[in-house]
Design a protein around this ligand. Structure first.
Ligand code: HEC
Length: 302
């Protein structure tokens, strides 16, 4: 009786589950969910742009990093900080000590400090040991100046987003008119490379020649400036990339040689030899024989 009831309940349960599944599948087929705008228009980072540091042996191009720094200083630093990078690190991309001191001294933003006489909050000019100060004293101030959007610190941006420098390059060159019928919310800008398509940053690089490069450099087109600043931000996020790449290959070669040596040693010493286990001590047949003999002589039965 109880068993029959159990089976009945089970059958009803199985029926309900099957019916719900069938109903769900039927509605999915007859009335498919609408594609979201993100799924329709979002584009992956543009991988076709090549950087000198791409690939396992790539290295930074110092000239390009300096151009990128110039773009950062003249354009991006009005809104974005670079708080993880110290001015003195700029020596690594080819600036001399005097140049670094001048860059820090003339930086458009000052660093927080105190008035030595009164102890009140004040600011002072940057020195090479300071981290590159951003334009805003705090996030609230940053939001207030940017339509309530927070311009993130760019120090680690190239590591924080999928596609890294390719993503940054795509964002900078990706501003365009929205597709017909797509409404961009007030105060935002259409950019298919940004995950939700509407970015709060106004297009920062708008005209060729916005930054003047020193003679001997490529023409500062929007595309070139975007590439250069993306490369610079990659350096900011991973300054040791060139060293890492330079060390990686010798280490792999070393490991390969060590593997070959280990294999040859194995062949030479152990492989193919007589691998029978040799009985020793009490288990050695010779010792066993001696023991039995001694037992017999002493009249002990084992
Ligand atoms: C007028 C201020 C302003 C300038 C100038 C500016 N940005 Fe931005 N940026 C913003 C704001 C605001 C955001 C936040 C956008 C958001 O969250 O919608 C942002 C976001 C970003 C992001 C992050 C996108 C993400 O995935 O979160 C990157 C990368 C970026 N900016 C790079 C740059 C670079 C490189 C420059 C210089 C070429 C630059 N920005 C110049 C205001 C600015």
């Amino acid at each position: 009786m109880v068993r029959g009831l159990g089976i009945l309940v089970g059958l009803v349960f199985a029926f309900v589950v099957l019916w719900a599944f069938g109903h769900g599948a039927y509605t999915y087929v007859t009335n498919p969910p609408e594609q979201t705008a993100e799924a329709r228009y979002h584009l992956p980072p543009r991988e076709e742009v090549r950087f000198s540091f791409d690939g396992p042996l790539g290295r930074f191009d110092e000239q390009q990093l300096q151009r990128g720094f110039q773009v950062y200083r003249e354009v991006c630093s009005t809104c974005h900080g670079l708080g993880q990078v110290a001015f003195r690190s700029l020596r690594d991309i080819g600036y001399s000590e005097a140049e670094v001191r001048a860059i820090a001294d003339q930086w458009p933003h000052q660093v927080p400090s105190i008035n030595p006489d009164t102890g009140e909050a004040a600011t002072r000019k940057a020195i090479p040991a300071d981290h590159i100060p951003g334009p805003y004293a705090n996030d609230t101030m940053a939001r207030a100046a940017n339509n309530n959007a927070l311009p993130p610190d760019l120090s680690l941006m190239a590591k924080a987003r999928e596609g890294g420098p390719h993503y940054i390059y795509s964002i900078l060159t990706g501003f365009r008119n929205p597709p017909a019928g797509y409404e961009v919310p007030q105060g935002l800008h259409y950019n298919p490379y940004f995950p939700n398509l509407n970015i709060a940053m106004p297009p920062p690089l708008t005209a060729d020649g916005q930054v003047t490069y020193a003679p001997g450099n490529p023409r500062p087109t929007v595309d070139q400036m975007a590439q250069d600043v993306s490369a610079f931000l990659m350096w900011a996020a991973e300054p040791n990339l060139t060293t890492r790449h330079a060390v990686g290959l010798p280490v792999l070669v070393f490991l390969l040689i060590a593997t070959i040596l280990a294999y040859l040693s194995y062949q030479n010493i152990w492989h193919g030899g007589d691998r029978r286990v040799r009985a020793t001590g009490a288990l050695d047949p010779e010792n066993m024989e001696k023991r039995q003999q001694a037992s017999r002589e002493a009249g002990v039965t084992e």
